[in-house]
Design a protein around this ligand. Structure first.
Ligand SMILES: Nc1ncnc2c1ncn2[C@@H]1O[C@H](COP(=O)(O)OP(=O)(O)OP(=O)(O)O)[C@@H](O)[C@H]1O
Length: 312
């Protein structure tokens, strides 16, 4: 169980985390979602005592990190998979961690087995692929057999097989009854991994709910429209207060149903080649909900969402 109350972190003029309160329950995977720069890593660092809050506090099992007697036995974290001495073997790295945290050496082979690295345990960690490094990082997080696990963007850069492995592994950890808190900026990935979602933007809480609720609230129906007069149509629809997103040689309209869009097109003598109701893409819904909270608008968010959706 993790509980944050009024958690705030200021770096000079930047309010990285702003009065954030949430709770993360055990026995579930909870996704921590937000656009780049939303404050996820800063929050995770505060949970782990690596950064001090400017105000507010966060507790793990009722205690602040610095009050924990054996931190690694309470909370394990994967923040940066490449944080390992490149010339050390995976086993030597874990033995060193176990020793410096007074954890029985027998745990090393157990966790290597758990993450499927036994056959390469004697190899240099510096030569590991990103997927193998992630597994080693997870093995390190599990050394103290902690009840609470934190993963910061664990699937970044992984291939589909690596992503699937991480997703299944997190489900397994939650099924063991552990608290699994995982950050990501990809809603479609989190929708498959997490049963609960905490969504932040610009350091503030946007929503805390089950993934199912968030998705059904977020995924409003849209209409995909193709037309040889796309620019005219876009402007007519925008004047009618619709929200319009560009797609490949089409637009996606929200705020109006297909009948109304057809009527507006007819009234403006605009030819339509397609008018098809869609159930909203998760990534687009996420962009809509967090849109005002994206720190650096590039105008490429919709395009990025399409790339992400296409990659799923
Ligand atoms: N050590 C620091 N010094 C100054 N500003 C910082 C520091 N760490 C983070 N920030 C700023 O705080 C804000 C939140 O950053 P943070 O890395 O927590 O976001 P994030 O949600 O993890 O983003 P990403 O998905 O890109 O990792 C950003 O504006 C960032 O530039």
């Amino acid at each position: 169980m993790i509980e944050a109350a009024g958690l705030t972190k200021r770096y000079g003029k930047t309010l990285a985390v702003n009065n954030l309160s949430f709770s993360v329950a055990s026995g579930k995977v909870t996704g921590f979602l937000g656009p780049n720069g939303a404050g996820k890593s800063t929050t995770m660092r505060m949970i782990l005592g690596l950064d001090n809050p400017t105000s507010g506090q966060v507790r793990i099992g009722g205690k602040q990190y610095r009050e924990l007697k054996d931190p690694l036995r309470t909370v394990g974290a994967l923040l940066d998979a490449k944080w390992v001495h490149p010339n050390r073997s995976a086993r030597a790295h874990l033995r060193w961690m176990a020793k410096s945290n007074k954890i029985a050496e027998s745990r090393v082979d157990e966790v290597l087995e758990t993450v499927g690295l036994t056959s390469v345990a004697g190899k240099r960690a510096g030569g590991f692929s990103l997927g193998m490094s992630q597994r080693l990082g997870i093995a390190a997080a599990l050394l103290g057999d902690p009840e609470v696990l934190l993963f910061d963007e664990p699937v970044n850069g992984l291939d589909p097989e690596g992503i699937l492995w991480i997703r299944k592994f997190m489900h397994r950890l939650a099924d063991d009854g552990r608290t699994v808190f995982v950050s990501s900026h990809l809603l479609s990935e989190m929708a498959l991994t997490a049963s609960q979602l905490i969504v932040i933007g610009k350091g503030q809480l946007i929503s805390q709910s089950s993934t199912e609720d968030f998705v059904s609230r977020a995924a409003e129906n849209t209409v995909k429209v193709r037309s040889p007069q796309l620019a005219e149509l876009r402007s007519a629809l925008t004047q009618a207060s619709a929200q319009v997103t560009d797609e490949d040689r089409a637009i996606v309209v929200s705020g109006l149903d297909s009948a109304k869009i057809g009527e507006i097109a007819a009234a403006n003598k605009i030819v339509l080649h397609e008018l098809s109701p869609q159930t909203g893409s998760l990534e687009q819904a996420f962009m809509q909900i967090t849109g005002d909270s994206v720190e650096y608008h590039t105008g490429l968010e919709a395009e990025a969402a399409e790339v992400v959706s296409a990659a799923q």
